[in-house]
Design a protein around this ligand. Structure first.
Ligand code: SF4
Length: 339
C-alpha cells in the first residue's frame, strides 16, 4: 500500500476499473433481510457484545435506542466509511499500478465480481455445545468482509479488514506496539474465518491524523508530545497486523457464541435478562440499549454492582478503567432513576 500511495499514479483512477467498481456497489444497494429461520444471527463485527446487549438485541419488542449523539462522532463515522470505500477502490487498482509488485490484490469471484462487502457476504449456520450445559445450540454467523485478498506467491486467500483510528498517530502506534490488533477485531476475523474457511487475516489500521507535511522534529511551535516525525521519518499512519486464526481460537469463539445464543433462546421462552456484570460495563460505550438496560436493572443486580464497586475501590483496581466503567454505569442508573 505504501508503494501505491507513494506513486504519482495513485492520484488518478482508471475509468474502466472505477466504472466496474461503482457498478458492483450499485448492484448491492438494496436491503436483504436474514432468512426468517428463528436462529440468532451474529454479525462477524458484532461478536463481542455483552450478554445482556445481545439478548436485548434479539428480544421481541425492544427497539434499539436512537438518540442524538455528539456531532463530531457522526462526522467521524462518515469519515471511517468513506475511507474504507476509497481504499477498496485503490485496492482494485493495485495490479494495474504496481504490476507484479502487487503481492496482495482483491480476489475476484467466479461471477467476476470483486470479493468484498455484499458480494462476499455469507451466512453460515453452526451447531455447537453450550459450555454451561453441554447441549448443542444452533445459531448463525454472517460476515461481510472489507475484502478477501489473493496472495500472489501461493495463490491463497487472506481476509482483509480495514479500521480507521481517530485517536492520533502516537496513540495508535503505541497501542499496536504494545498489544497488536484489538481483541474485538481478532474476534471479528475469527468469525470470518469460520464463515469463509480462510485462516489468515490482515487487519490494517489507518490513523486519520497524518504526520506533518514536512519534518516537525525541530519545529519549536510543536510540543514534544505532538511531534509527528522521528529520526527524519514520519511516524507510520498505516499499520498492518497479521492474524493466524487457529482451531483453538475458532473453538473458543463458537463455544462463547453457543452460550450467548442459548441465553437468547432462554429469554424468548420467558427467562430473565442476563445480569449486568463489571465486565459488561466496559461495553456500554457502543450499546444501543443503555436506557432499557438501566431501567430494567433488578435491585439484586444493583446491589451486586455496588458491592463490586466498593471492593474495587479498596483494591489495586481503584480508579482503573474497569472500576471507572462500573462507577459510570452506577451513576447513570442513579441519574435515570431520578429522571
Ligand atoms: S448498557 Fe452496558 S451492560 Fe447494559 S446491555 Fe448495554 S453494554 Fe451491556
Amino acid at each position: 500500500m505504501d508503494a501505491y500511495y507513494a506513486s504519482p499514479s495513485s492520484s488518478f483512477y482508471d475509468n474502466a476499473i472505477s466504472r466496474r467498481f461503482y457498478e458492483q456497489k450499485l448492484r448491492y444497494l438494496r436491503f436483504e433481510p436474514y432468512p426468517n429461520d428463528g436462529l440468532v444471527t451474529f454479525g462477524a463485527s458484532g461478536t463481542a457484545m455483552c450478554d445482556r446487549q445481545l439478548v436485548l438485541k434479539n428480544a421481541q419488542g425492544v427497539k434499539p435506542e436512537k438518540s442524538d449523539d455528539l456531532p463530531f462522532r457522526g462526522r467521524q463515522r462518515r469519515q471511517g466509511t468513506a475511507i474504507v470505500d476509497y481504499v477498496q477502490l485503490d485496492l482494485v487498482h493495485m495490479r494495474k499500478r504496481l504490476g507484479a509488485d502487487a503481492k496482495f490484490t482483491m480476489a475476484v469471484r467466479d461471477n467476476s465480481e470483486w470479493d468484498f462487502e455484499d458480494a462476499a457476504q455469507q451466512r453460515v449456520i453452526f451447531e455447537y455445545p453450550n459450555p454451561e450445559t453441554g447441549e448443542f445450540v444452533s445459531f448463525a454467523i454472517t460476515a461481510k468482509p472489507d475484502g478477501k485478498f489473493h496472495y500472489a506467491p501461493d495463490g491463497s486467500r487472506v481476509i482483509f479488514e480495514y479500521k480507521t483510528k481517530a485517536s492520533g498517530l502516537r496513540a495508535m502506534n503505541g497501542k499496536i506496539d504494545f498489544k497488536g490488533a484489538q481483541d474485538d477485531h481478532i474476534r471479528q476475523v475469527t468469525a470470518e474465518a469460520l464463515v469463509f474457511g480462510i485462516d489468515e487475516a490482515l487487519i490494517v489500521y489507518e490513523s486519520t491524523q497524518k504526520p506533518a507535511w514536512f519534518d516537525d522534529a525541530q519545529s519549536t511551535s510543536v510540543t514534544k508530545g505532538q511531534k509527528t516525525w522521528e529520526d527524519g521519518q514520519p511516524r507510520p499512519d498505516l499499520r498492518a497486523c497479521y492474524v493466524k486464526i487457529t482451531d483453538e481460537m475458532k473453538a473458543a469463539l463458537l463455544s462463547d457464541l453457543a452460550r450467548q445464543a442459548a441465553l437468547v433462546y432462554e429469554q424468548r421462552a420467558g427467562g430473565d435478562l442476563p445480569e449486568v456484570t463489571a465486565e459488561s460495563t466496559g461495553k456500554c460505550g457502543f450499546c444501543a440499549f443503555t436506557d432499557h438496560c438501566r431501567k430494567t436493572l433488578t435491585a439484586d443486580n444493583l446491589a451486586k454492582l455496588q458491592r463490586i464497586d466498593s471492593a474495587m475501590a479498596t483494591s489495586q483496581m481503584a480508579g482503573k478503567a474497569e472500576h471507572r466503567n462500573v462507577i459510570k454505569y452506577l451513576a447513570e442508573v442513579t441519574a435515570s432513576a431520578t429522571e
